[in-house]
Design a protein around this ligand. Sequence first.
Ligand code: NAI
Ligand code: MG
Length: 395
Amino acid sequence: MNRTIINLPGDGIGRVVLESAIRVLDAAGFQAEYIEADIGWEFWVKEGNPLPDRTIQLLEKHKVGLFGAITSKPKEEAASELSPELQGKGLVYSSPIVGLRQHFDLDICIRPCKTYPGNPLNFIRRGRGGIVEEPEVDVVIFRQNTEGLYGGVEWHNPGKQVHDALMTHPKFVKNFGRVPPEELAISTRIFTKKATERILRAAFNHANQYGYKSVTVCEKPNVIRETSGMMFRMAKKIREEYPGIELWNTNIDAQMMWLTKNPEEYGVIVAGNMFGDIVSDGFAGLIGGLGFACSANLGEKVAVFEPTHGSAPKYAGYEVSIVNPIAMIASACMMLDHLGEYELAGRIRKAVAEVIAEGSVRTYDMMKMPGKPEVIKQGAASTVRMTDAIIQKLK
Ligand code: NAI
Ligand code: MG
């Protein structure tokens, strides 16, 4: 079956890792037509829009995007880099990946963190009797991607209507009622039932489909009673439909403390936007960090797959690229799963695992080297060599 995939290389190292992923997809025999779509810094500078409408239209039509990475800069710096004819028009930069998540309501973010045996970056800890243990982590984090603390409903020096509304809450009156509005900064944490139900159901379905024994709600319901509390109450209800799966409840702070103590005990973890962001970076650190962390952003109609890392501008100009393509390749495997191409995804994952386990081809991050062009002379694999090694295993 032939499919159309929208390539969103972006900028910085986004382009090189995406190219690697497509070479691997081709080598595995994935049949697809790719259409490259414009996104990122170049289009901000040239057109004043890092996410042109034509890109939105392509995704709307073809539904599946593979995204590399983009560069974001603070507002003033971004404005100063606009091409001369666009200067002074009041254009304001905003991140195109955040724009995509909002436009297509990509509310389900999935971030798997699975140990590759033999990865020298794997977390190790001291066990009983001082022995060294290397726990095998196999966690999939479901992060609500559009609401909560990152929903953008915020005020500094709130206007009268907002202040009046807040004054109807006894806790506001007691704790903040006497603070002059100009000294108040307020960020809201809004959860809707619809989005909360969608992320919870996605988490339970995943646990069910892939045989995870537990779903952990990682929030703080004892303190944040309305939002975290609602998520946990809804999880209890939904869990009744999944008798084979246990529902666990952890607080984000304790979860981070336990991160290194018993990470192998967790299966699927589900959280709101900010706590999901935190817990997924935490677990990613146990399995090798940014060179390995992949993700999916799923909406009802459109899905975009991307590595967690950014555009790493300091490595973008290297004549021989040194960055690790595995996070991008693993993101492409998530795309294959989404398309029902489980066999292809499995073969690529196996090829990646074999290269890591053999250990003769390792990018600079896997060798714990500071990233410099010289790492290649010192024995680190380039992006292309790592990609070639994975492709070799597919043959
Ligand atoms: P970054 O993820 O680009 O890089 C941080 C460091 O992680 C790099 O210096 C490098 O040491 C390492 N790293 C990243 N990817 C790697 C890979 N594939 N292999 C080996 N090492 C890797 O984050 P940073 O430096 O904070 O941001 C750079 C730019 O990327 C900024 O403009 C930022 O806004 C943007 N960004 C974009 C994201 C996206 O496209 N979704 C996500 C995060 C940041
Ligand atoms: Mg993050």
